[in-house]
Write a protein that binds this ligand. Structure first.
Ligand SMILES: [Zn+2]
Length: 172
């Protein structure tokens, strides 16, 4: 049966996604649960009453997510928990479910978009973001955080470098 499933990343939990009020199925990766220690008690409660489920991605979906993230230049920005979260969404999607990934992370959104996974941000006021620019090489996938913008060529392979903005949640 086709089900509507919400997959939450760490930021979605930290921003207070209303798990208790949601009638659809909500899943998270085990690694994400380990990341949000400050919300452990509430997550354990939701797990116990069956409001929230721990999910595991398939190995092939993890591989697919990593391949796409490397292609888009987002791989270095993703934690293992992020990769698992996107891969879980992809796993459920491939099983024919209606999946929505809840995330405010640009890199996760970018990779999800490439994989045709629907996503929804949960931005509320008062959340602090840090925007940083990263210069990356589309040829050899090297990342340069401190490179002079005027150097347009990858020192490793000679490919033309690209730049993109990365927005990261800042938890004070
Ligand atoms: Zn290069």
């Amino acid at each position: 049966m086709r089900k509507k499933i919400y997959v939450l990343d760490a930021a979605a939990v930290l921003h207070g996604f209303p798990i208790g009020e949601e009638k659809h199925e909500i899943v998270m990766s085990e690694k994400t649960m380990e990341e949000v220690i400050s919300k452990k008690e509430i997550l354990d409660l939701y797990l116990n009453i069956g409001k929230l489920k721990k999910a595991k991605p398939s190995d092939s979906c993890v591989k697919q997510v990593i391949d796409v993230a490397k292609e888009t230049g987002d791989y270095a920005e993703l934690t293992d928990a992020d990769v698992d979260t996107i891969a879980i969404a992809l796993t459920y999607l491939q099983l024919g479910n209606d999946v929505v990934l809840i995330t405010d992370d640009y890199s996760i959104q970018n990779v999800a978009n490439k994989l045709s996974i629907q996503y929804k941000p949960i931005t509320t006021t008062g959340i602090k973001y840090e925007i940083k620019w990263v210069t990356y090489c589309p040829g050899c996938k090297s990342k340069y955080y401190d490179i002079d913008e005027n150097i347009g060529i990858c020192p490793k392979c000679g490919h033309t470098l690209s730049r993109k903005a990365v927005k990261k949640l800042k938890v004070k």
